[in-house]
Write a protein that binds this ligand. Structure first.
Ligand SMILES: *Cc1c(COP(=O)(O)O)cnc(C)c1O
Ligand code: SF4
Length: 350
């Protein structure tokens, strides 16, 4: 019976796997495995849509889908901080983070379609944050009107598209009242874990919005590139919405040029532009996924010239204490006026 409704996004949410027992039943794990994940899940709860877990190709902890949504005892390793980015320090209002002059970040809710084990906001999973009230929206609008240098609002969370259409429309309507805003960037992982969310109704809300909308999504592995996601992007593009992708470099999941090359070219082929590849921040509960900057740079160097230049994202990380993003490039210099060739060797250039 269930299969009749699985194309409905609310069905996906209502049937999301939330307990270690549900994951163990889905993946046919025994008592041993259940115990292994249970302790970690008590601290960092698990959550995934049936659609997301169905993308797994095996029930092995190394499967890129399993590794991203199933609690791993290594998350409890010491190290990292709660809020190394200092987001809470650059908040003029409880839901607004304003660090860079022309962009501000608005937090809509803290529910998601999947609890990504590497999430930098996992400290907030247990703190309920519902949709913004009319008053909170009015305050954000007022702040933005007083700060007309802000051209772009990043609508983030959690995942803003876990809110229903009525709330999404309320939020977009509120920001449309700010004349100085040029565009809205919606950060969402629903394209990966809940592509059913992009209904004709939601797409028409986007199409009718006065401001330019971009979606920033979060694919980390080519196994996540589904037919459903490709269809959703087509619908979004028809509604005038463009899509970029922000990946996180994840040890043991996507930290090779081969995997990321497949992901980035695969994204381009479904019309998504790879935008950032982030190195993992030192956040409590996620340090086991960090690779080190050198590993990231080595991968970037291998990708350069081997895949379409359009497929190559910017490698970046966030400095602690609100120091902002740093973008890194492999070093191609080989002495004064001398550079490394793509095929080895060096070449002079003046
Ligand atoms: C990352 C980030 C942005 C957006 O930066 P872009 O380089 O434009 O993607 C904006 N505000 C904050 C606080 C951020 O961390
Ligand atoms: S969807 Fe985004 S905010 Fe939600 S758990 Fe995953 S990384 Fe974190």
């Amino acid at each position: 019976m269930e299969i009749l409704h699985d194309s409905d996004w609310k069905w996906q949410i209502n049937h999301a796997l939330r307990t270690p027992e549900q994951f163990a039943a889905f993946f046919h794990w025994g008592e041993d495995q259940l115990q292994k994940i249970g302790e970690t899940a008590e601290i960092y709860p698990m959550l995934a849509t049936p659609f997301y877990v169905s993308l797994a190709k095996s029930n092995d902890m190394d499967d890129p889908i399993v590794a991203q949504c199933v609690a791993n005892p290594r998350e409890l390793e010491a190290g990292g901080e709660d809020d190394p980015l200092g987001e809470e320090a650059s908040s003029p209002l409880p839901r607004l983070v304003h660090r860079y002059p022309d962009r501000a970040l608005f937090l809509t809710c803290n529910v998601c379609a999947v609890h990504c084990r590497h999430c930098m906001r996992k400290r907030l999973w247990k703190t309920p944050l519902g949709a913004p009230s009319d008053e909170e929206l009015a305050q954000a609008v007022e702040y933005l009107k007083q700060n007309p240098q802000v051209r772009e609002v990043l609508i983030s969370g959690g995942d803003p598209l876990l809110l229903d259409d009525m709330h999404v429309k309320r939020i977009l309507d509120a920001f449309q009242k700010v004349p100085s805003l040029e565009m809205l960037r919606i950060g969402t992982r629903t394209l990966v874990a809940l592509p059913q969310r992009f209904t004709p109704e939601l797409c028409s809300i986007f199409e009718n919005c006065q401001k330019t909308i971009w979606i920033a999504t979060h694919f980390n592995h080519h196994q996540e590139l589904s037919h459903e996601a490709a269809l959703a992007v087509r619908r979004l593009m028809a509604a005038g919405v463009s899509v970029v992708n922000q990946s996180v470099l994840l040890k043991g999941i996507n930290d090779s040029a081969e995997i990321l090359g497949k992901l980035f070219t695969g994204l381009l082929s479904i019309r998504i532009k790879p935008y950032y590849l982030f190195h993992g921040d030192p956040i409590q509960g996620t340090t086991c996924f960090r690779t080190g900057l050198e590993a990231g740079l080595a991968i970037m160097e291998q990708l350069r010239n081997n895949i379409s230049g359009m497929a190559v994202p910017t490698f970046a990380f966030d400095l602690p204490k609100g120091g902002g993003k740093v973008r890194l490039e492999p070093d191609f210099s080989a002495g004064k006026n001398c550079f490394r060739r793509f095929d080895g060797g060096t070449e002079e250039y003046k």
